[in-house]
Design a protein around this ligand. Structure first.
Ligand code: ATP
Length: 715
């Protein structure tokens, strides 16, 4: 039915903080594509904008509508909803390393101007929309919306009543505003060591992908969060206390099968940020299904996807590049509501490990960013219908799980208690995570949570059962035509709001193989090396000092055993003393071989001889024996000359001696005698030397001095 807004039924005037009307004046219809289309510059700009203050997006008015209460369903019981909604991500009770609260639920209405009938991107206009929209006069006439946003926490249906959530955004709010309220606080929690899960839920075409990924004009939550995460990492790394490791995985659940979106991305991981990342499955990737991955229960992580690719990222650009790679493989198709509809649930997993550089302990926390496929009505297209049935089935399973968890809280007040980890993780009714869980006091049958009914609920099981702080952004289409789907979404949102979580920080791992151990070992070795260098230079200094001391000391000091320079290091002192002895021996040996040996004093000779090795004594003996033989010859010759002189003097031929001829002969004879005396003297000295040298060999009791005296006597 096409209606014009009658004054009486006109929706309550809503005003945003910026003063604009609830309906944007000049809507710009944007194409939905991945944030991977964005340039690096735009990402950098966003990084800095992450901390900027933004104006409130809330619209405020007094609703003229009464709350309509129902008996059982909290969604239809605003009073109960109000009573229960006391938690938000910003006031979750904080106690040491745990957070207690409920799933944070926000509502994001899609701008009315971006409806299918008004898009300027050649999107298909569904038949039922065509029949229910006004003929447009300047494009400004719409059917009346049954939903009104009365303040930043309340959305009101004109017949059903008001519903309160942690935050209700204005329909014209920006992704940045959504990010500030939802994912930014979650990144803060992630950095503190908590697991964090953000998922967008809503009917097809309501703006989930736009919210999570953004488009060319507007960054989505994922790039904004990634940018903020890395800004924080860099800031904290600068202190030098922590090291961070970021790893990304990206998967999709398509037709109840899990596929790795990064599996074949290596060759594509180059810079492709400028190219559209989402592609129509029908055109590009109808045959692009990879290997189906299996889920396994895991005592540490609750559940684990076996064989899921992990890519290490050094920067936000790295990470966004990988997401762009994954986006290319994601299944996109055209539906009645959305020309580029996500036909799969996509989950980006970012694992952050921070390591304390000082003690090597580390802590890992995971951010899960989920862009769920949208619920949709049955369509004529067979393939879309099949996909749609899988999507609806899994969303139904999620709704049931949320409903059960919500009911558990309703039935068991104060039942939120931490649990110890289960070894197998097989229980579907309680957490298999190590952090905590929701445990109901109600009986077993009502306590059963059917996580195993779909792949989606299996994967979200750890998060929903207390291993993660959870925030959901429920996108809604406030037009009358989508009232049923919006109702379903708000019903889901209300139940989610009732799901309580008791989340503990991920435990610290004391990693023995951590690089920090190596760092410490290196540091230890470096210090040892420094100590050794210091010791060596100290020893060198001492050695130089000892050298100078030795040089300046008189050789005679050696006779005194105490002359050895006192050193703290006994080995060094010993070596120096030895060195001095050898040097002294060498000097004296040289003197011994010197021709002026005759000038040596007996005492010195004795010392020298005593120090001489046996070989030298033997050599000396040989030489001395030669000298002795010469001495004997010289003696004979000298004797002959003396006899001759004596004979000449007796015969009285003195006159003859004074004659020139005879006189010359006599003079020569006398000179020869003098020379021979000198020779004899030298030889005798050598003989004495020999005697001392032989003393150790012959082991004679005779003192060297007495030998010398004997020599003098024998002479
Ligand atoms: N808040 C918004 N502001 C501007 N455009 C929006 C907004 N929400 C949605 N759109 C536009 O509406 C269209 C559909 O949005 P989107 O693809 O994000 O929906 P969806 O919920 O992801 O749908 P599906 O479940 O089919 O994948 C896109 O062209 C998108 O740009």
């Amino acid at each position: 039915m096409i209606q014009k807004m009658s004054p009486s039924l006109r929706r309550p005037p809503t005003r945003s903080s910026s003063g604009s009307s609830n309906i944007p004046q000049s809507p710009s219809v944007r194409s939905t594509s991945s944030f991977s289309n964005l340039t690096r510059n735009s990402i950098r700009n966003v990084s800095s904008s992450g901390s900027q203050s933004i104006s409130s997006s809330s619209t405020r008015s007094n609703s003229p509508l009464r709350s309509v209460s129902t008996k059982s369903d909290p969604f239809l019981h605003p009073g109960r909803i109000r009573a229960r909604r006391s938690d938000s991500i910003n006031n979750i009770s904080r106690k040491n390393d745990t957070y207690t609260g409920s799933i944070t639920v926000t509502i994001r209405p899609k701008p009315r101007s971006v409806g299918p009938s008004h898009d300027n991107m050649g999107l298909k206009t569904p038949r039922h929309f065509q029949s229910r929209t006004n003929s447009q006069q300047g494009g400004n006439t719409f059917t009346r919306d049954p939903w009104f946003i009365t303040n930043d926490r309340t959305i009101v249906h004109e017949e059903i009543g008001e519903f309160k959530f942690d935050h209700v955004f204005a329909s014209h709010c920006t992704n940045l505003e959504v990010y500030e309220k939802t994912s930014k606080p979650m990144i803060d929690k992630l950095l503190m060591g908590f697991n964090a899960t953000i998922f967008a839920y809503g009917m097809t075409g309501s703006g989930k992908t736009f919210t999570m990924s953004g488009n060319e004009q507007e960054l989505g939550l994922i790039p904004l969060s990634v940018s903020y995460l890395f800004t924080n990492i860099m800031e904290q790394s600068m202190n030098g206390d922590k090291k961070f490791d970021v790893v990304i995985s990206y998967l999709e659940i398509y037709n109840e099968r899990i596929y790795d979106l990064l599996e074949s991305g290596l060759e594509e991981s180059g810079s492709r940020l400028g190219t559209p990342s989402r592609s129509y499955m029908s055109k590009n990737n109808s045959n692009a299904l990879g290997v189906e991955l299996k889920i396994r229960d895991d005592s540490q992580y609750g559940v684990k996807v076996i064989g899921l690719t992990e890519r290490r990222c050094e920067s936000s650009e790295d990470l966004l590049r990988w997401i762009a790679v994954g986006d290319k493989s994601r299944k996109i198709g055209e539906t009645d509501y959305n020309a580029r509809s996500s036909r799969s649930h996509a989950i980006v997993l970012i694992r952050l490990t921070s390591t304390d550089v000082r003690d090597g302990t580390s802590r890992s926390s995971t951010l899960s960013l989920c862009d769920l496929a949208g619920s949709e009505r049955a369509t004529g297209q067979q393939e879309r219908r099949k996909e749609g049935s899988f999507i609806n089935k899994s969303l139904l399973a999620l709704g049931t799980v949320i409903s059960k968890l919500s009911a558990d809280k309703t039935n068991s007040v104060g039942s939120i208690i931490p649990t110890t980890p289960t070894s197998s993780g097989n229980s579907s009714s309680s957490s298999s995570s190590s952090s905590g869980s929701i445990v109901s006091n109600s009986n077993t049958s009502s306590n059963h949570i059917p996580y195993r009914d779909s792949k989606l609920t299996r994967l979200l099981q750890p998060a929903l059962s207390g291993d993660s702080i959870v925030t959901t952004i429920c996108t809604v289409d406030t037009r009358n035509d989508a009232a049923a789907e919006t109702m379903n979404t708000l019903r889901f949102a209300s139940r989610a709001k009732n799901v309580s979580l008791h989340v503990s920080k991920k435990s610290i791992i004391n990693n023995g193989n951590y690089d920090g151990d190596k760092d410490r070992t290196i540091e230890l070795l470096r210090r040892q090396l420094e100590d050794q260098h210091r010791l060596i230079s100290e020893l060198k200094d001492r050695a130089n000092l000892g050298e100078r001391s030795t040089q300046s000391s008189n050789e005679n000091n050696y006779k005194d055993n105490n002359v050895i320079v006192s050193h703290k290091d006994p080995n060094l002192a010993l070596m120096k003393a030895e060195n001095r002895i050898l040097k002294y021996k060498l000097d004296n040996c040289e003197k011994l071989l010197d021709k002026d040996v005759v000038d040596l004093q007996d005492s010195e000779i004795m010392e020298i001889v005593e120090m001489l090795p046996l070989e030298v004594g033997t050599l000396l003996e040989t030489k001395i024996q030669g000298l002795e033989s010469q001495i004997r010859q010289y003696r004979k010759y000298t004797q002959k000359l003396e006899d001759k002189i004596m004979a000449m003097e007796k015969s009285g031929y003195n006159a003859k001696l004074s004659a020139p001829c005879d006189g010359t002969e006599v003079m020569e004879l006398q000179k020869m005698l003098e020379r021979k005396d000198k020779m004899i003297e030298a030889l005798q000295c050598a003989k004495r030397l020999r005697d001392r040298a032989l003393k150790p060999l012959t082991n004679t009791q005779q003192s060297p001095l007495s030998v010398v005296q004997n020599d003098k006597l024998t002479r």
